[in-house]
Design a protein around this ligand. Structure first.
Ligand SMILES: NC(=O)c1ccc[n+]([C@@H]2O[C@H](COP(=O)([O-])OP(=O)(O)OC[C@H]3O[C@@H](n4cnc5c(N)ncnc54)[C@H](OP(=O)(O)O)[C@@H]3O)[C@@H](O)[C@H]2O)c1
Length: 291
């Protein structure tokens, strides 16, 4: 593309940031649609966040993605925050409207859309979420809002799972429980699960052989989603696929959260297939093998 004085800039900020797939994904979509915008990554350390946000205003950066460790800390520097992002205290998308910065969170809706587009709508289903960190909170919020029949949250630090369940019970009528991770709680919960979501970092490269779930506990009538996207096929997904369960990998959440950010900035539907191809090619380039 030709970069001129008119070219707008979007960016992702985080620390570390070099591994981010967002530039590849968004630039592929921008180029496909012929938009005069480029998307870059900036490493911003914690102590530099306030200055970075001032820079977004002064340089008129059009749209921003925010990743670890700034999703909560950025809120106090924004002019407006969407009610859901405010409630879960996590912003991953910022829109700059003539210097007014508005924050949103698209992680939860990204995960929900990943389920829906894979014909696994959580409405009326029993959902087990592993993890109670930032991503788990955003996902659990949207699943609770979409009338799941029951949600069980299991986390290594049991207190965090219980707190998250309590937080959600105050807002939604859905049956929600938080539990400490153990063989017994996992096994029991899995017997009553239609949709299993790994929202922990377990299984991430270089620990590709790790999973919290013994494959004997999986059933072929379950949907198993892993939000870890590197590797694309985690041990959990390989086990689930081997018994014939429906599997959804972390690229789908990444794609659909990116798509929601794109819609907030440009008010158009981005080309999902183009974005998916760009991500897979980039992962292949990095590893020599996407899986
Ligand atoms: N696909 C996507 O679009 C997408 C989006 C966001 C995040 N992610 C991925 O999701 C994962 C979680 O991200 P996050 O932002 O939620 O991180 P986070 O806030 O740091 O939470 C990490 C979660 O993983 C659990 N955990 C970590 N190591 C564990 C272990 N060895 N055994 C059991 N549980 C363990 C933590 O449990 P404790 O609370 O006990 O520490 C916590 O629940 C990361 O791999 C991230 O890359 C993917």
């Amino acid at each position: 593309m030709k970069i001129t004085g008119h070219t707008k800039i979007c960016a992702v900020i985080g620390d570390p940031i070099e591994h981010s797939l967002s530039p590849v994904m968004h630039n592929a979509a921008l180029q496909h649609l012929g938009l005069d915008v480029i998307y870059v990554a900036f490493r911003v350390r914690g102590e530099a966040l306030e200055d970075a946000v001032k820079g977004v205003r002064s340089l008129n950066i059009y749209g921003l993605n925010v990743t670890m460790p700034h999703k909560t800390a950025i809120i106090k520097y924004l002019d407006e925050v969407d009610p859901i992002a405010k409630d879960i205290e996590s912003v991953n998308t910022v829109l700059n409207v003539n210097g007014k910065l508005i924050g949103f969170n698209t992680d939860g809706i990204g995960a929900l859309n990943a389920l829906r587009y894979n014909h696994a709508d959580p409405k009326g289903r029993r959902v087990l979420i592993l993890g109670a960190g930032g991503a788990a909170k955003a996902i659990a919020y949207q699943i609770a809002a979409s009338n799941a029949e029951k949600i069980v949250i299991i986390n290594r630090t049991g207190e965090k799972a219980k707190e998250l369940a309590k937080f959600l019970r105050k807002r939604f009528k859905v049956k929600i429980m938080g539990k400490q991770l153990s063989t017994i709680t996992l096994r029991k919960a899995l017997k009553e699960t239609d949709i299993l979501i790994n929202a922990t970092s377990v299984g991430m490269r270089p620990y590709n052989d790790q999973t919290l779930i013994d494959k004997q506990w999986l059933r072929r009538d379950m949907t198993v989603m892993d939000i870890v996207y590197d590797p694309v096929e985690t041990k959990l997904l390989i086990d689930a696929k081997n018994i014939g369960a429906k599997v959804i990998n972390g690229i789908d959440m990444l794609l659909y959260q990116g798509a929601e950010s794109f819609k907030i900035w440009f008010r158009v539907d981005p080309p999902i297939d183009v974005m998916r191809k760009a991500i897979i090619e980039e992962l292949e380039r990095r590893t020599g093998n996407a899986s």
